[in-house]
Design a protein around this ligand. Structure first.
Ligand code: FAD
Ligand code: NA7
Length: 590
């Protein structure tokens, strides 16, 4: 092993495998003695955890450390309830003498009900629990949706499936189809009927699809022998949780290890009328009536995406912005995405925050009066809307899950859980993945990757960690914004203005030309590190199909692509992805 840190890490991983498995066998897949030992445990009907050292990259290092820990270099190397047995002969002898049975039973008293309990059945929790079960572990996953103040609830699968990515993208698609219909006339399609949108038809179709996904997740858990329980979980001891179901019935469960994946829920403003009269994204996607004239509060990606598709289906939409758009994202790009929304009818009230919301008339939708004050002057404004959608960020669900009883530390400022680079909390047998992690991406594929890799490290002898660097992402505003790597602001902060080059280009997608819309509104740029062969450290794209385009550039950036390599990659014509970012931002010549 290269260095002391790596060595100690691997050693504690090996010790972890020995400690957390009743039977642990370090083996080689082709070794006949190993097969014999594995067959013995099969015969005894005892679950045995095997790491095949010839099939993992780190195999030789495992072997070196096992030699150091046990004085034995050969395989199989067998442990039962943390006791080192030895190789094939010793194991067979122990079986003959009855020592093996004794050792197997010795662990039973302190054995927990489950190997792993996962709290939260969203993107991260489901991925982790399924993977752990596939690696032979006894796994329980608990998922429970606390209703919104409006009473909205949903099924298994977490935020992404029920009130996040999936309904959001389908409703964004609804809006894009509206634009496509307008374009269609320019391409020769003739239709006379007045085009209008039916909210109920859309939400029914979207929610039927979500229902099929909820069902699919249940079946997948059953197939993989994960015990799914629809209850709210909270720690009462470091190895014990209380589970409370809808009917308030309580059960108690223990496990050797835990993964917390409870995600986040929308934040409210804490002003009069917010919980009574306003909705959040948790309510919007299954709202039983068309929201009508809508005020969106906040300028997070959730705010701009929802405001965007509501305007796209023809509603009167206003977005109230406290300071800037899309904090944390490249501001040049964020403003361009916002300008495009403004050009397409979304109104922006800037530098104002709401102070109260009152009901003028109940109904579906009713009428609400919003009072707001300027963040810079004493100015107070009022407005009337049918619906007020609050999208001012999300809070981690970590305050009511008994973390104090388990000794898990959270950051008191934001409720997030700090973990090491193996998703381990300060309590060694408790791990966390997904949106509740401090300083990590809040994205479904990230939660899934982290959950799956964690299970493989815990139970499959893997050493692969989740890579949180250069994660590609897309904001589905009406004109979509995809990015990977650093924003221009962050690049300047890290490398200094003089050490980066920014290449950019405005472009007009071919499909926009015939309908004659949005000329030169699409834009892309790359940020390169001059000190490192002009390696691309930031990619930004504003245009159609941003997710599809950005994914490929994400792979390129992961491989360390340089400006030169991008420039010499031949494009696919005619596409948006082929656009070459050729001019330097300081010399404008397009
Ligand atoms: P979640 O998916 O939130 O799952 C947590 C689950 O745990 C929930 O079901 C919750 O009810 C349950 N739970 C909480 N506490 C308990 C408890 N004590 N006991 C039992 N169960 C509990 N990401 C993308 O990658 N692409 C997108 O386009 C995208 N769009 C989004 C749009 C919106 C409107 C929102 C809100 C989010 C979007 N996201 C998107 C983010 C994505 O949804 C999250 O990053 C992802 O769902 C996080 O997964 P998770 O496992 O951490 O938590
Ligand atoms: P974000 O990105 O923190 O967004 C919160 C937004 O809501 C942001 O625009 C805030 O404006 C605004 N906000 C917050 N509080 C208020 C109040 N009281 N009044 C008005 N507006 C307010 O949260 P998300 O959860 O949406 O995004 C999470 C992650 O997604 C984030 O880490 C990004 O990497 C992507 P502000 O800019 O603070 O003035």
């Amino acid at each position: 092993v290269e260095n002391d840190t790596g060595r100690n890490e691997l050693k504690s991983r090996i010790q972890g495998l020995i400690d957390s498995n009743q039977v642990m066998v370090f083996s080689k897949s082709y070794c006949p003695y190993c097969v014999k030992v594995k067959d013995l445990f099969k015969e005894l009907n005892v679950k045995c955890n095997v790491v095949e050292l010839d099939l993992i990259e780190d195999g030789p290092n495992y072997q070196d450390l096992l030699l150091e820990m046990t004085g034995q270099k050969t395989v199989p190397n067998v442990f039962i309830n943390k006791t080192h047995i030895g190789g094939c002969d010793k194991t067979m002898q122990a079986h003959k003498d009855g020592v093996l049975q004794q050792l197997l039973e010795s662990g039973d008293n302190e054995a927990y009900e489950y190997d792993l309990i996962v709290i939260g059945g969203g993107s991260g929790g489901l991925a982790c629990s399924k993977e752990a079960a596939m690696l032979g572990k006894k796994v329980m996953v608990l998922d429970y949706v606390v209703p919104t103040p409006k009473g909205t609830t949903w099924g298994l699968g977490g935020t992404c499936v029920n009130v996040g990515c999936i309904p959001k993208k389908l409703m964004h698609q609804t809006a894009l189809l509206g634009t496509a219909m307008q374009d269609a006339r320019k391409f020769g399609w003739e239709f006379n009927e007045t085009v209008k949108h039916n909210w109920e038809t859309m939400t029914t179709a979207v929610n039927n699809y979500i229902g099929s996904l909820n069902w699919g997740y249940r079946v997948a858990l059953r197939d993989k022998n994960v015990n799914y329980v629809n209850s709210y979980a909270e720690f009462i001891e470091p190895h014990k949780i209380k589970a409370t179901n809808k009917r308030k019935k309580e059960t108690f469960h223990t496990a050797a290890k835990f993964v917390i994946a409870t995600g986040e829920r929308p934040r409210y403003l804490g002003i009069p009328g917010d919980k009574e009269y306003c909705i959040t994204s948790d309510d919007l996607f299954s709202l039983p009536y068309c929201p009508g004239k809508t005020l969106v509060i906040g300028a997070s990606y959730v705010a701009l995406e929802c405001g965007g598709f509501l305007a796209g289906i023809g509603l009167d939409v206003t977005v109230m912005v406290r300071s800037i758009l899309l904090r944390g994202f490249d501001q040049d790009m964020a403003n361009r995405a916002g300008e495009h929304m403004e050009e397409h009818g979304v109104k922006f009230i800037r530098k104002f925050v709401p102070v109260k919301v009152e009901e003028l008339e109940a109904g579906t939708p009713g009428r609400l009066k919003v009072t707001a004050k300027s963040t810079e002057t004493d100015e107070i404004i009022e407005g009337e809307y049918n619906t007020v959608l609050i999208a001012v960020g999300r809070d981690a669900c970590t305050d009511k899950i008994g973390l104090d009883k388990a000794g898990v530390k959270v950051n008191p400022k934001n409720g997030k859980i700090p973990v090491n680079d193996e998703e381990q909390t300060n309590v060694p047998h408790i791990y966390a993945v997904g949106d509740i992690l401090e300083g990590k991406w809040e994205l479904t594929p990230v939660a899934i990757q982290a959950g799956k890799l964690l299970a493989r490290r815990l139970y499959g002898g893997s050493t692969v960690k989740c890579d949180y660097i250069n994660v590609p992402t897309t904001v589905f505003t009406p004109l979509e914004y995809g990015s990977c790597g650093l924003s221009e602001e962050r690049a300047i902060e890290l490398y200094g203005q003089d050490n980066i080059d920014v290449y950019h280009s405005l472009f007009w997608p071919l499909e926009f030309t015939v309908p004659g819309r949005d000329n030169n509104r699409c834009y892309s740029k790359i940020i390169c590190n001059k000190l490192d062969s002009e390696r691309v450290i930031g990619f930004h794209y504003l245009g159609p199909n941003a997710g599809e385009v950005t994914q490929g550039f994400g792979a390129a950036i992961k491989c360390g692509v340089t400006k030169e390599q991008l420039s010499t990659t031949i494009g696919i014509h005619p596409t948006c992805a082929e656009v070459k970012q050729c001019s330097v931002t300081s010399e404008v010549f397009f």
